[in-house]
Design a protein around this ligand. Structure first.
Ligand code: GCV
Length: 856
């Protein structure tokens, strides 16, 4: 069939244009190949003959829509697109039931008019949906219906999910309601286009202070969100630029809202609490001042005049330098309500962030504790927030660390709506350079029973308002997607966005199911591919925890700026409050009531008792709650320090295993994603090794206790750069010391910027892998060459853009990286040499060379 024959119909110009646009959007799926752009909506042709023939027979050829809303049109187009991709068939669009089988899309009211006998489930809620096959006139009608048009879209995506997962279609009967009313995404994009804690390129929304002209990606992003049932998205940093809502930007925001609208996604914006002063021309932002009240009322009215379905605001106040109500002695409730009241009139909401703490705390004071801040700031205000205020609370009491207990504030608000804030962007979890599937971590928090009420009160139920009956609440995910084609950088990282969306819709899904679904949708159904990737994903968070910060110790990363590589003592002796209180005698924050900060009292019994007592505190959180000696014996029977050593060596082995697992998929995964993933995993091995060595060296020095397996500080296959014959190179002290093997490395100091470092191979002849651990800064592109017996065996450029790019880039735990020359033949007595050329501020630094028998 000639798809353009529709243009011959006597349709008015705009209708023809619409058909053409619909056609383009339906077929657009084919234009992105396997770049990762299509994420889990690839709609790959079904290659299982039985499944395909079953679908060919059971799926009607006609799709009927009873509704002309933009959202239902998106649903129809999406179904056509999906069926075209998976079954290579093009559904026919109708607006009336034909004399044959059909798929029927409409809201409950519309369906009842068409099919008066249709028995809809009586308990469908807003955004919930039902898929049911009924008979009419001897034909089967697959009805996709919902109380509202967004629900129809979600039901359509569910049908597509079912098809993608090869679920039998015969006599379909499915019904689902979202677990929670609130399911939103936050982005931390600055108006400049840079993204705070974004690791996949610049903003898809902003550039140079304005919304970008081409909003195709914004709309494609909304489509991805809609496929998960997410219905709101804020598009600017919570450290908000007040200009985001000034008169110049409101029309620009309206364009984004228009790009979101066909997908049922409402636009939210982060606001600066100082706006009345910064953009309103007032001399105050006191929330109780009538002029400030008028400012917010007028501002909200202006926004709704341009964007009638505007979702509302996100507010970060009195935290990390942001202005807040404390400037006028007002409360967070005063601040939230002054903005919430005008929004209420339009059906809008305010997410008021619970992430409020003093970042200039006195570290000498052993009773101070940042973990207590959220509860202390909000608990006493319970009942004072308006109904359309949602206090948005990070999963743990500190800040997205690899292991934290559930925030006690979830159990501390009974009359206030809440949302749990989960971070999809991997700020503290390897920044999408490391594989780290967060769903198992989120599940631990969501399933945790805070005992806020007799009969059980798991976090997932508390935030959904199911325990104390708040009218709203739910889930907010910080995603920070960027312009990288595959949205989040690492080809396997989109599993986190998918997982967030699935859990926001249904937190009772298991990590296994989510990983399995995502892998099938993203990489296909080959059982080996599914089993391998699922296994890697499910093990990745614990592996990351093992080689970074086990036992709940918290951030052993550089917490001051980059939050990426190791930088252990950066958390101590400053006002940020992420202290681990380590000295030569012991480590860990004492948060007990008996002798510490008293944080455990913020939990209800028996949780408070469990954490208070060393006897019952789980090992995985020991150092979060207690200060103990390095020799303290865990429930596992190991000492703290031996656990730290063992976990770190195990963690690196686990990452090495990921590489092997991934390599077993060569030829089974498309080349582009195979190669991109392999490169990231190989990088991860090098950086995990850096983490392991930094943490183990530091614990060894601090505790003075040897590793009982004698691994720490004893690397028989390692040749330290500072021990090599140097020419043009000089030894220097790396800061912090633990981020270099032995505390030292070499860099080029010669006038012409060239240098060499060499040594003699005195070991057995054979095939070897030669790994060079060096520092790849972002302020230069050094060149390295590896020579064996005068012959160049490898060369490379230090041109990686590691996540430290926004701060002075130095040789340290963020930039430490590894290049491995595989399968090099060595003879005893060979001269091995690195020749390098410095560039810009990067002086071709080298930490060590490690030579091991060739892996394959
Ligand atoms: C947007 C952490 C991050 C900040 C972030 C803050 C927040 O501190 O490092 O970049 O600021 O959390 O959640 O507000």
């Amino acid at each position: 069939m000639n798809p353009f024959c529709v243009a011959k119909n006597p349709l008015p110009f705009f209708s023809r244009l619409f058909v053409l646009l619909a056609f383009i959007s339906i077929f657009a799926v084919q234009s992105h190949a396997e770049s990762g752009y299509d994420a889990w909506l690839r709609y790959e042709l079904i290659d299982d003959a039985t499944v395909k023939s079953d679908y060919d027979q059971s799926l009607p050829a006609v799709i009927v829509t009873l509704d002309n809303s933009e959202v239902v049109q998106s649903a129809r187009n999406e179904l056509i697109r999906g069926v075209r991709g998976m079954l290579d068939r093009t559904l026919r669009m109708e607006t009336n039931l034909p004399d044959e089988n059909a798929i029927l899309l409409g809201t409950l009211d519309e369906i009842k008019q068409k099919l008066p006998d249709f028995r809809a489930p009586t308990d469908l809620k807003k955004d919930g949906f039902c898929l049911r096959t009924v008979s009419k006139g001897g034909h089967k009608i697959l009805v996709i219906t919902a109380p509202n048009d967004r629900g129809v879209l979600y039901g359509t995506f569910r049908l597509l999910l079912d098809l993608s997962l090869y679920k039998p279609m015969a006599d379909l009967d499915e019904k689902e309601n979202p677990y929670a009313p609130v399911r939103v995404i936050n982005l931390w994009d600055n108006l400049s286009g840079a993204i705070e804690r974004g690791y996949a390129g610049d903003s898809i929304f902003w550039k140079d202070g304005h919304i970008v002209k081409d909003l195709t990606r914004a709309s494609d992003y909304a489509r991805l969100l809609a496929s998960l049932g997410i219905d709101g998205c804020s598009i600017n940093n919570v450290n908000a630029d007040a200009r985001a809502i000034d008169n110049e930007h409101i029309p620009e925001l309206a364009r984004v809202a228009a790009a979101f609208r066909p997908w049922g996604v409402r636009l939210f914006v982060s606001i600066n609490f100082g706006s009345p002063k910064k953009i309103g021309g007032l001399d105050t932002f006191d929330p109780l001042d009538p002029r400030v009240i008028a400012f917010w009322t007028n501002k909200v009215d202006e926004i709704y005049a341009a964007i009638p379905d505007f979702g509302g605001f996100i507010m970060k106040a009195d935290s990390e330098g942001e202005l807040g109500p404390s400037a006028y002695g007002r409360t967070h409730a005063d601040a939230a309500n002054v903005v919430a009241r005008p929004l209420q009139a339009h059906g809008g909401i305010v997410f008021y962030r619970g992430f409020v703490y003093n970042s200039h705390a006195d570290w000498h004071n052993l009773k101070l504790d940042r973990a207590k801040a959220a509860y202390d700031n909000f608990h006493h205000l319970d009942g004072q927030f308006d109904d359309n205020v949602i206090v948005q609370i990070k999963n743990g009491p500190i800040d997205f660390q690899v292991r934290e207990p559930a925030s006690p504030l979830f159990g501390g608000l009974e009359k206030t709506a809440m949302a749990i804030e989960l971070q999809i962007t991997q700020e503290y979890l390897g920044q999408q350079r490391h594989l780290c599937f967060e769903v198992p971590m989120w599940k631990e928090t969501l399933d945790f029973d805070l005992h806020a009420k007799r009969g059980g009160s798991q976090v997932k139920a508390l935030v959904a308002g199911k325990i104390f009956g708040q009218p709203t609440g739910g889930y907010a995910g910080v995603a920070n997607v960027g312009l990288d084609t595959n949205w989040l950088g690492h080809p396997l990282a989109m599993a986190n966005l998918y997982g967030f969306g699935r859990l926001a819709w249904d937190p009772n899904l298991s990590s296994e199911q989510i990983a399995d679904e995502w892998t099938k949708l993203t990489f296909g159904h080959d059982p080996q591919v599914v089993e391998t990737i699922t296994d890697m994903q499910l093990n990745s968070w614990r592996a990351y925890e093992n080689y970074t910060g086990p036992l709940g110790v918290g951030g052993l990363t550089d917490i001051i700026e980059v939050h990426y590589g190791p930088g252990i003592e950066s958390c101590e002796r400053n006002g940020w409050g992420q202290w681990i209180r380590a000295d030569t005698n012991g480590i860990g924050m004492d948060r007990t009531v008996a002798t510490g900060t008293g944080y455990t009292a913020q939990y209800h019994p028996p949780v408070s008792d469990r954490y208070e007592s060393l006897k019952t505190c789980p090992d995985k959180l020991l150092l979060f709650f207690h200060h103990v000696s390095y020799n303290y014996v865990l429930h596992s029977g190991k000492t703290v320090v031996q656990h730290v050593y063992d976990a770190h060596y195990q963690g690196v082995q686990e990452v090495q295993h990921f590489v092997e697992q991934w390599k077993s998929l060569q030829g089974k995964v498309d080349e582009q994603r195979y190669n991109e993933t392999l490169a990231r995993l190989e990088y991860q091995v090098g950086h995990a090794t850096e983490w392991r060595d930094a943490v183990c060296q530091w614990f060894y020095k601090m505790s003075g206790i040897r590793d009982k397996f004698n691994r720490v500080g004893n690397d028989p296959n390692r040749i330290e750069a500072e021990s090599m014959r140097l020419n043009g190179y000089q030894v220097f002290d790396v800061t912090p010391w633990e981020t270099a093997s032995g505390g030292k490395a070499i860099h080029i100091v010669s006038a012409d910027g060239h240098g060499s470092a060499g040594f003699t191979w005195t070991n057995k002849p054979g095939w070897y892998d030669i790994a060079v651990q060096y520092y790849d800064q972002t302020n230069g592109v050094s060149q390295y060459k590896l020579l064996v017996a005068g012959q160049t065996v490898d060369q490379w450029l230090a041109d990686d853009m590691l996540p430290s790019r926004n701060v002075p880039s130095l040789p340290n735990g963020h930039t430490s990286t590894r290049h491995t020359a595989h399968g090099v033949v060595l003879r005893t007595g060979d001269q091995i040499k690195i020749e390098a050329a410095a560039d810009g501020g990067e002086k071709a630094p080298v930490d060590y060379v490690e030579i091991e028998p060739a892996s394959d």
